[in-house]
Design a protein around this ligand. Structure first.
Ligand SMILES: C[S@@+](CC[C@H](N)C(=O)[O-])C[C@H]1O[C@@H](n2cnc3c(N)ncnc32)[C@H](O)[C@@H]1O
Length: 130
């Protein structure tokens, strides 16, 4: 997700990515996104965590994030009706996570678009140069 990690985008190599591929595409939580909390450098998108939590647990289950960071996993777990448990080394981050959790409630929609979006199509000539 970080801009400097994923150099190859699906629209740059259309023949290399099939709809049924086992790769998920999700935009990182950019600084301009409403979702962006702004106090942690590795904030994950709620929709990405939502997909994982829905896939791997049922309502009422406990979701554990031993490296809670911005708290997105825990916030999404709460929104999706899961119990949650997190560990975070930084007392500052932990306090911010508490605030995020207090503001979140069960059933609240997840931030961001439900379907991961890829950028617009690029002309084939440009795609071949990638
Ligand atoms: C990459 S961030 C996690 C980001 C998180 N997935 C999110 O969406 O915000 C890793 C976090 O783990 C915390 N951490 C590192 N070592 C830890 C430890 N031993 N116990 C608890 N937290 C730790 C760091 O302070 C950092 O906030």
């Amino acid at each position: 997700m970080p801009d400097d990690t994923w150099i190859l985008r699906p629209q740059d190599l259309p023949e290399g990515f099939a709809p049924d591929s086992d790769t998920w595409y999700a935009p990182r939580v950019c600084g301009t996104f409403k979702e962006r909390a702004g106090w942690h450098g590795c904030q994950m998108p709620e929709q990405l965590l939502g997909r994982i939590i829905r896939t791997c647990s049922n309502e009422g289950d406990i979701v554990l994030d031993p490296f809670a960071g911005s708290g997105t996993t825990l916030v999404v777990a709460k929104k999706l009706g899961r119990k949650y448990l997190g560990f975070e080394l930084s007392a500052d981050y932990a306090a911010q996570i508490e605030s995020r959790l207090e503001a979140a409630h069960v059933g609240q929609p997840l931030e961001g678009g439900a379907e991961p979006l890829v950028g617009g199509k690029v002309p084939p000539a440009r795609a071949k140069r990638a």
